[in-house]
Design a protein around this ligand. Structure first.
Ligand SMILES: NC(=O)c1ccc[n+]([C@@H]2O[C@H](COP(=O)([O-])OP(=O)(O)OC[C@H]3O[C@@H](n4cnc5c(N)ncnc54)[C@H](O)[C@@H]3O)[C@@H](O)[C@H]2O)c1
Length: 362
């Protein structure tokens, strides 16, 4: 089996240290961070890292065995000198486009980009064009697609034992760009990554953070969407993550995100609770990385891929567009939109910036 050279851009929480925040939490299968995933995967050798903050790179290097000679404040220099096959991007969403486009233009073959993919549809389209031009493949870090419980759920849906899918009811908390993106990715994954035909949105919480085309914070919002396979999905902005896939002869879903997988079977009058099949725990982060390695080995597309990630941004922006237009149904594809998120504390980097300090030790 070939081993691929890997590198991380952004050595903060998700890049290097988030395992220290979630260690022992139920439903999390470590390693969770990018550094931990590359370190653990048998398919990768973590050779380099990049961050503006040298103190973070020191700690990252010590944890994952990346010597200071292979730590770079400029990710382009890192790529030019170390020639990694797979590079992950764990910067904030407002900074994903610049880095992903830079990596594709520098000839990196595989990119693992954190969720949300981008802070606007224009950025997502430009990222997709850059990857298409260079031939780079990409998986977005929406972990549920690579989580063994949701993989089992998709297996059940695909087997047809519950009959055709009728609709999905999916809730999420916080904002669309940083958090809703997880659930948009999950819902499209579970039904085979179809394209949306139309989207309608209701996003009252977004009004307080919008000035013209700019959101100064991550906007929440509800959406209903019809996909080209005939399935309808309802995405609801709440204070928690819960999912239910309704099929003609049953349902599968979870309570409290990854904690309570459930399954119901039977005809509409006698639905009974049946045990959700067991599944072996495995790290979604390692699964995502191994999926990129498999795609590099075989030339087959990765399980996530740039188009599903880009289309997720298109759906979220359509929810916001629809809300601004008093709930008008937005016909897809939505080719462009001026709406974008720019949080003041996550704009161009300033020396000394600290947003949420990574927890360097347990
Ligand atoms: N998948 C998940 O469950 C999950 C969980 C937490 C965070 N995230 C995602 O991870 C990303 C990062 O969030 P975080 O909380 O880890 O942030 P963070 O602030 O801890 O880390 C980001 C790091 O990126 C560095 N950086 C920014 N631009 C850079 C550049 N051009 N070159 C090199 N380094 C650069 C910053 O200096 C910082 O250290 C976000 O997209 C967030 O949504 C995902």
């Amino acid at each position: 089996m070939k081993t691929y050279k890997a590198a991380v851009v952004g050595c903060g929480r998700m890049g290097g240290f988030i395992d220290n925040e979630v260690i022992g939490a139920p439903g999390f299968y470590p390693p969770y961070s990018h550094g931990g995933g590359f370190y653990e995967s048998e398919r990768t050798d973590l050779v380099a890292c990049s961050d503006f903050r040298e103190d973070l790179m020191d700690a990252f290097g010590e944890k994952y065995g990346v010597p200071s000679a292979r730590q770079y404040t400029d990710f382009r220099e890192m790529v030019a000198r170390q020639n990694p096959d797979i590079v992950s991007v764990a910067t904030h969403v407002e900074r994903h486009a610049e880095v992903v486009i830079g990596l594709a233009e520098a000839g990196v073959k595989a990119i693992y980009c954190e969720k949300g993919l981008a802070a606007s549809l224009g950025e997502a389209n430009a990222m997709a064009e850059a990857c298409n031009r260079s031939g780079a493949i990409l998986n977005m870090g929406a972990q549920r697609r690579y989580h063994p419980g949701f993989r089992k759920m998709k297996e059940i849906i695909d087997s047809g034992e519950l009959g055709p899918v009728q609709n999905l009811v999916m809730t999420y908390s916080a904002g669309l760009f940083d958090h809703g993106c997880h659930v948009v990715d999950l819902l499209t994954y579970l039904i085979g990554d179809p394209h949306a035909v139309w989207v309608q949105g209701h996003a009252p919480a977004s009004d307080a953070v919008r000035e013209g085309d700019v959101y100064s914070d991550d906007p929440g919002g509800d959406g209903v969407m019809l996909f080209d396979n005939g399935v309808t999905a309802y995405l609801l902005h709440t204070s928690r993550y819960e999912y239910q896939v309704n099929c003609e002869r049953g349902a599968v879903g979870t309570f409290n995100d990854t904690l309570g997988f459930f399954m119901r079977k039977g005809d509409p009058r006698s639905f009974e609770e049946v045990p959700f099949p067991e599944f072996a725990p495995s790290s979604p982060t390692v699964n995502l990385i191994d999926d990129l390695a498999r795609a590099l080995d075989t030339g087959e597309p990765p399980s996530g891929g740039m188009e599903s990630a880009r289309h997720g941004v298109e759906i979220m922006v359509a929810i916001l567009e629809s809300h601004i237009q008093a709930g008008k149904r937005i016909e897809m594809p939505l080719r462009e939109s001026p709406l974008h998120m720019r949080r003041a504390d996550r704009g161009p980097w300033r020396k000394g910036e600290r947003w949420r300090e990574p927890k360097l030790a347990v």
